[in-house]
Design a protein around this ligand. Sequence first.
Ligand code: SF4
Length: 335
Amino acid sequence: MDPGILIDIQHLHTNFYLREGVVKAVNGASLTIAKGRTLGVVGESGCGKSVTAQSILQIVPRPGRIESGDILLHIAEGDLDETINITDLNPGDPLMRDIRGSRISMIFQEPMTSFSPVHTVGNQLEETIKLHQPEHRDEAPTRVLDMLRRVGIANPERNVESYPHQLSGGMRQRAMIAMALMLEPSLLIADEPTTALDVTTEAQILALMRDMQSELHMAIMFITHDLGVIAEMADDVVVMYLGRVVEKAPVRAIFHSPKHPYLQALLESIPRIQKRTGARLQAIEGIVPNPLDVPPGCPFHLRCPDFIPGVCDEVVPADTTVDEGHTVACHLYTD
Ligand code: SF4
């Protein structure tokens, strides 16, 4: 495995087995997350972004499960240099629990999903240390205060005694980030962490995440449907559609040289200040197909303006490299 890569996902399939049929939430996705960099994962609701993240942490809710593929985690610390295949571990495996707490952590749109309402913020942060690093339990209160200070919680000595519901939305988000970073993970997964916030608080939380990233040298997997946030946060980007990765590139290429018709349509659908006055925003034709009934061939073919009959509706396009670090899954770019 390339030493610069932290997570290497290969051909991941994660399915949900419903009474109505099988939903292939992640349908053969491959992507990498580089150490210390931010990977933006973008796509409409139901495209498989969050289920990919849940697969990395082995927290896919029932009736879902990882069906096949590899999720390789590279650990290099001092003399330790090893690669663990997360898909080989059971969700309850002690090693998986250790990875989930101390190497990879996750923050969500709604902080109350992470916090218990009946314990103080301080208690819950201390518990993280006591559970994963019992040898450091005596230092826990000091480390908690220090972390609350680093994430910009005002008056940490008082707020450490607060219950989550007593904090404002922005402060709760900061407290959740503090909890996720308590053990200084190598990867922070952020699933739409700012979607519910007003724009000022959103800007502050994004700035905080960037600051903490450079302080802790961690990678971030940033999941969002907002291309504006992607432009601000990501170094690398993957675009997902119906469980597949349809384009991967450094962030600059995503905005300056988008290849996949779906990504081009997404970019056309966002308002821009420079756009001609009176110019209409382009909506993407049609709707995302029912995930229980995914069309054959390219998953985007029912909505694609460049559809090639007899090809796009029959053959699943393979990844084609169009530039260094830039791949696209579309027949327009294959021979
Ligand atoms: Fe459109 Fe065909 Fe490309 Fe799919 S493979 S995005 S249908 S041109």
